[in-house]
Design a protein around this ligand. Structure first.
Ligand SMILES: [Zn+2]
Length: 160
């Protein structure tokens, strides 16, 4: 099994250290997307090398982003900020508010915070747990809660 859950941070301080950089966040997303190692969505190849933030298939050259098809796709917001937002939303037992999110992340506008909150709520299948093990399902990527995949059953993969 993947270590994604076992070594998942238990405190906010651990969390921020663990996901301090976009690379660290991407590595985590990659681990969740490909628990058994890289798999090319085009040819099924299992060898890849990094090209900037992308994984390039050694067999066919197809470049894959771990954020493709997720709520992180095309965002200009750094991944560590998204990750912090998810931690925070998941940890609000009484329900997260847009105002709270705006304050915690220092977002410029209430509208942005509101949009984020709703994106995150849509993506998080089981919010409101004391740490981010609630499964955040963003197409094929999951933040936390990998152990629930077995019981929920894998959905069929979408064809590109
Ligand atoms: Zn390939």
């Amino acid at each position: 099994m993947s270590g994604a859950v076992d070594d998942y941070p238990r405190t906010l301080a651990e969390f921020e250290r663990r996901f301090a950089t976009p690379d660290a966040c991407r590595a985590y997303l990659a681990q969740l997307r490909w628990p058994d190692g890289f798999r090319c969505p085009k040819c099924g190849g299992t060898k890849s090398w990094p090209v900037g933030p992308l994984f390039e298939c050694a067999a066919c050259g197809r470049q894959t982003s771990v954020t493709a098809g997720t709520i992180f796709q095309d965002t200009r917001t750094p991944l560590p900020t998204w990750f912090r937002a998810m931690w925070w939303v998941a940890s609000q037992k009484t329900g997260a508010s847009a105002i709270g999110l705006q304050q915690v992340l220092g977002l410029g506008s209430y509208e942005t915070a509101w949009t984020w909150l709703h994106k995150l709520r849509r993506a998080m299948v089981r919010p409101g747990r004391d740490r981010l093990t609630g499964r955040v399902e963003v197409d094929e990527a999951y933040i936390g809660g990998v152990e629930e995949r077995a019981s929920a059953g894998d959905r069929p993969r979408k064809r590109p």
